[in-house]
Ligand binder design. Structure first.
Ligand code: ZN
Length: 372
């Protein structure tokens, strides 16, 4: 596939894609092409590293409530009524929204994974789906069946103990051991609220990351841990996270809406050696799955609470949102075309609806002209 005359860092380029990778990026010259991108800019596909895709079904449910009230009184009761069919439909809606706003891959946490995997396969997006675990992680008893049915749909898995306050010591240990045994990442909510930290201190006499460390989970899994939120961290927790090369996923719109906090220690985590990524969280708490909006909020928050407009410039937040991928030979052919003139326009002046076309693994999976 050839994409001709796309703007990349202010230059007009032609991009040749072979299979699932970018084969060449050269200055634009008259050529035959599959896609004429004149007037459009090209960017690497965004990776939504923390989501609960089927929650498109709950958009607007329990708005403006505290996290524990929102979970206990609205979300968890509604989730009791879900069926495979509803989870499939909610996930397909999420996949379509993500593709239409430049996201080419997402890292999720939910249940009824085979139904989700089918929606992922039908949409053409890339995904890693996390099996949500609660209490003593008895859901692990179903893991063989879930893995078989998801691998039939070609989707990757992780294990996702929900959090340290909903999963027991036994459940956390079992989850970590299963991750180690099967070579799967662990995806978990961590340090989302001050209440979580206070409760952990009262129950276990230590902070949340110190609790995982005491259980041996950080040494066991290290870089295979993906932790959403990580807002309320002590200096020693930041060192622990950095030393173990863990990925922390900032979900600023969800954190702001739920009043969880806004001082994500992005620079401190990076300095300590941790990886940082961005996510939307579920669309019941962020109300959309727009990673372009997330980039703007994340960058502005860093500038705002630090009182320093020079930190986290547009290029850095795009790199974080794209997990370091670029438009260059040898990179995955996961990219999108947007109706903007520059990176500045993308990050600071637009939203997901500026996206015109999205390509995943060399295949066009979203084309605005064909959907309007
Ligand atoms: Zn979440």
């Amino acid at each position: 596939m050839t994409i001709a005359d796309a703007l990349l860092d202010g230059e007009s380029v032609d991009i040749v894609i072979e299979g699932a990778a970018i084969a060449s990026v050269t200055p634009h010259s008259p050529c035959t092409s599959d896609i004429d991108a004149h007037g459009l800019s090209v960017f690497p596909g965004l990776c939504n590293m923390h989501s609960h895709a089927p929650m498109t079904l709950f958009r607007g449910l329990g708005d403006d409530q505290p996290l524990d009230v929102w979970l206990n009184e609205y979300i968890w009761p509604a989730e009791q009524r879900l069926t495979d069919e509803l989870v499939y439909r909610g996930t397909l809606q999420a996949c379509r929204e993500m593709l239409a706003s430049g996201t080419t891959a997402f890292n999720d946490m939910y249940f009824r994974l085979p139904a989700m995997a089918q929606a992922v396969a039908d949409s053409g997006i890339r995904a890693r789906l996390g099996l949500n675990l609660f209490g003593d992680a008895d859901e692990l008893d179903t893991l063989d069946d879930v893995m078989r049915r998801c691998s039939d749909a070609g989707v990757n898995l992780s294990l996702a103990p929900h959090s340290i306050y909903t999963v027991s010591e036994k459940g956390l240990r079992r989850s970590a051991e299963a991750c180690k045994e099967l070579g799967l990442p662990m995806h978990i909510h961590m340090s989302e609220t001050q209440k979580e930290v206070d409760d952990c201190l009262r129950e276990h006499g230590c902070r949340p990351w110190e609790w995982l460390d005491r259980l041996g989970i950080l040494d066991l899994l290290g870089p295979n841990i993906i932790a959403a939120h990580c807002l309320h961290l002590s200096d020693s927790e930041i060192r622990l996270i950095g030393d173990h090369r863990i990925t922390c996923v900032h979900c600023p719109n969800s954190n702001l809406k739920l009043g969880s906090g806004y001082r994500f220690p992005m620079l401190e985590l990076l300095d300590a050696g941790a990886h940082v990524a961005l996510g939307t969280d579920g669309s019941a708490s962020s109300n959309n799955l727009d990673m372009i909006e997330v980039m703007k909020t994340a960058a502005l928050l860093q500038k705002g609470w630090r009182g320093d407009p020079t930190v986290v410039p547009a290029a850095q937040i795009l790199s974080i949102a794209a997990l370091g991928h670029t438009i260059a030979p040898g990179q995955p052919a996961c990219l999108f075309l947007a109706d903007v003139r520059s990176l500045s326009d993308l990050v600071y002046a637009s939203h997901g609806d500026s996206v015109v076309m999205t390509v995943v693994d060399g295949k066009t999976v979203y084309n605005k002209q064909q959907t309007t």
